[in-house]
Design a protein around this ligand. Structure first.
Ligand SMILES: *Cc1c(COP(=O)(O)O)cnc(C)c1O
Length: 300
């Protein structure tokens, strides 16, 4: 159902640091991000009846794309709710993957109200982007692949937002190789999980504009799984400036010949900025390629 993506040494980064630095090319996943793993695992775990009623989500980004594709592949109905402010190209991209689109209100909150209604009145199953066991387990398959390809890793660098990706990867990695360190990386601007770890509980964090747009948003005040898993399993977190994230995107393009989005560039950026110093073989997860090109169109 998903690609087994490659793990490839970066000559540029390995040469600079005198350690093997490997890139997990998950931006080459179908639909352009790892989110397909969790969405697919969740859709395939539904009962026949649930699959018929369908799945719903309010994401217009990588999770929405992934859920639309996973549902289509499994013959399940998918309804993606979005606000009237979502640009046409994003709507069409998700419609093209086979999902039904509901346009409601003019905010993400309005779209979520419609998801809640579909769940309550029509019996659809909400598939959240990170805080569900099947989603976390699906993302964890990426960690299994990394360790199969590179058993003796000293560290794995993982982009961190709601924590579904790092929770799954860390559980897989620590189960197989307890000594391998798992490092979460995100932007300084609106680092929700890091603020929650500092507070000792899920707290509301203001969302700010960032190049790492797929890392925006909170972890949910009623967080059930990812907060405690991150607290238990993640060894360290690193925060990056916008300039440092830009450096990661540029390095990926110039030196690795890969187009990745800001959220996916944070691992490379942490190494380039000297905020993570590799002390042994290190894997960096490149999590997605869906860079927002709207700024480019505006300037054209
Ligand atoms: C969703 C996403 C992340 C963050 O994943 P979480 O499970 O929310 O921590 C990182 N990179 C990309 C490209 C994403 O789409």
């Amino acid at each position: 159902h998903v690609h087994r993506t490659s793990l490839v040494a970066s000559a540029a980064l390995s040469g600079r640091h005198g350690q093997a630095i490997l890139l997990k090319n998950e931006h080459q996943q179908i639909t352009g991000s790892f989110k397909l793993r969790g969405a697919t695992n969740t859709v395939l775990s539904l009962s026949e009846d649930e699959r018929r009623r369908g799945v719903a989500a309010a994401s217009t980004g990588n999770h929405g794309r992934a859920l639309a594709h996973a549902a289509e592949a499994a013959g399940a109905r998918a309804v993606i709710c979005m606000s009237s402010l979502v640009p046409d190209n994003k709507i069409e991209a998700i419609r093209a993957l086979g999902a039904e689109i509901r346009i409601v209100g003019d905010s993400q909150d309005d779209a979520q109200v419609e998801v809640d209604r579909l769940v309550a009145e029509d019996g659809l199953v909400e598939v959240p982007p990170f805080d569900r066991a099947e989603v976390i387990a699906g993302q964890g398959t990426l960690g299994l692949e990394i360790l199969e390809d590179a058993p003796g890793l000293e560290a794995v660098l993982v982009p961190l937002s709601g924590g579904g990706l790092i929770a799954g990867v860390a559980l897989a990695v620590k189960t197989i190789s307890p000594k391998t360190r798992v490092i979460g990386v995100c932007m300084e601007r609106g680092a929700a999980m890091v603020a929650c770890l500092a507070a000792g509980k899920p707290v509301a964090v203001e969302e700010l504009e960032t190049l790492a747009d797929s890392l925006g948003g909170g972890i949910g005040l009623a967080n059930r799984y990812t907060f405690s898993m991150v607290r238990e399993l993640v060894d360290e977190t690193v925060l990056l400036s916008e300039r440092e994230i830009a450096g990661g995107i540029v390095h990926a393009y110039r030196e690795e010949r890969e187009v990745i989005e800001g959220a996916a560039a944070v691992g490379i950026a942490a190494v380039l900025a000297g905020k993570f110093r590799p002390a042994g073989p290190t894997a960096i997860v490149l999590s997605g390629k869906n860079i927002d090109r709207s700024a480019e169109h505006t300037s054209e």
